[in-house]
Design a protein around this ligand. Structure first.
Ligand code: ZN
Length: 331
């Protein structure tokens, strides 16, 4: 089952107690599912069509509870274009005008006597704004599986409807973007925390928990990956620096011979050449007696200096080179 199906299943079970919210949901569902058909002056056929039976049953129950209307549910078998079975709730024709009036969807001046979005009293209350968006999601919403990426959207039939959904969400501090996709208009959010907020205001608590769990797991694994990359790049840095140093040591060996170096430098050169991945303080511990990081640094710098002088043909004075005194580890 997809995440969208889970969320719809959960939203279909949210109870709408107040008639204000029932009006808002019904208006939203009728508009989103293209369920208003004009049959002549003041005559309409109303229906709510959805891909899952639970959604249709939700509206069946709502009609019964709030208006005493018994709708009719039927399954529409899929066609060649869309094989999915859909479910339709048809409103008895005699009740259609009354429901359109309740939902504030009538307008003398509008096309076929209808409004594109319901009169403003329908979504005046905060609870009804949620209800409008909840029905929008049930009819034409989708949310990506958060394991893949973060996205929630309402794929609306008209721009007015998509903008109205966005306005309802604006009230709650969410700012979905609206854009056209072929003949539809999409209101969408892409940030995980916005998706979480939207699901929670619609009443999909279980989906919010699932999303948050995945989010935490992903953040932890991102952190671990970043840490591993960081460790690897540190090792790479050590190896790169050691590589240049080892080249210097080889050069000294071929031009001068390591055996000509004073004992302290010779031992340092062997330690470095044989342990390219060891850090400076680690190298110091390999020596006998051990020396600190600054001592290691000083000896390596001296080796580099000798190699550079050999390359430029400068004279090197090794005779009389002071034997470094053993320095205790400084860390
Ligand atoms: Zn309400």
């Amino acid at each position: 089952m997809s995440f969208t199906t889970d969320v719809r299943g959960e939203l279909a079970r949210v109870r709408t107690e107040d008639i204000c919210c029932a009006r808002s949901e019904l208006a939203s569902a009728l508009l989103a599912s293209g369920g208003i058909a004009w049959r002549g002056r003041n005559r309409y056929a109303l229906s709510v069509t959805a891909t899952d039976a639970a959604t249709v049953r939700r509206f069946f129950g709502m009609l019964k509870r709030h208006w005493g209307i018994t709708g009719q549910i039927r399954a529409l078998s899929g066609d060649a274009l869309n094989r999915m079975t859909r479910y339709q709730l048809a409103v008895p024709e005699g009740d259609a005008l009354r429901l359109l009036e309740e939902c504030k969807l009538l307008d003398e001046a509008g096309l076929f006597g209808l409004r594109q979005i319901p009169g403003e009293e329908i979504t005046r209350f905060a609870c009804c704004k949620k209800a409008f968006v909840r029905a929008a999601f049930l009819m034409c919403g989708a949310v990506n599986n958060p394991e893949r990426d973060y996205s929630i959207e309402i794929v609306a039939p008209t721009e007015e409807y998509a903008r109205h959904v966005a306005e309802c969400l604006n009230y709650y501090g969410l700012e979905p973007r609206v854009s056209q996709r072929k003949t539809r208009f999409v209101a969408y959010l892409k940030r995980a925390e916005d998706i979480s907020d939207m699901l929670s205001l619609l009443g999909a608590g279980a989906a919010v928990l699932a999303l948050e769990n995945i989010r935490v797991r992903k953040e932890v694994s991102n952190h671990v990956n970043r840490q591993m990359n960081f460790d690897q790049s540190n090792i790479n840095r050590v190896v790169d620096a050691a590589g240049a140093m080892i080249a210097d040591i080889r050069y000294i060996d071929s031009e001068l011979g390591l055996e000509k170096l004073p004992k302290s430098l010779r031992e340092m050169a062997y330690a470095r050449a044989n342990n390219p991945e060891t850090s400076l303080s680690g190298l110091g511990e390999l020596l006998d007696p051990p020396i600190g990081k600054s001592g290691v640094n000083a000896r390596l710098r001296r080796l580099t200096d000798i190699a550079n002088k050999l390359r430029s043909g400068e004279e090197i004075r090794l005779r009389g080179e002071r034997e470094d005194k053993a320095v205790p580890p400084d860390n």
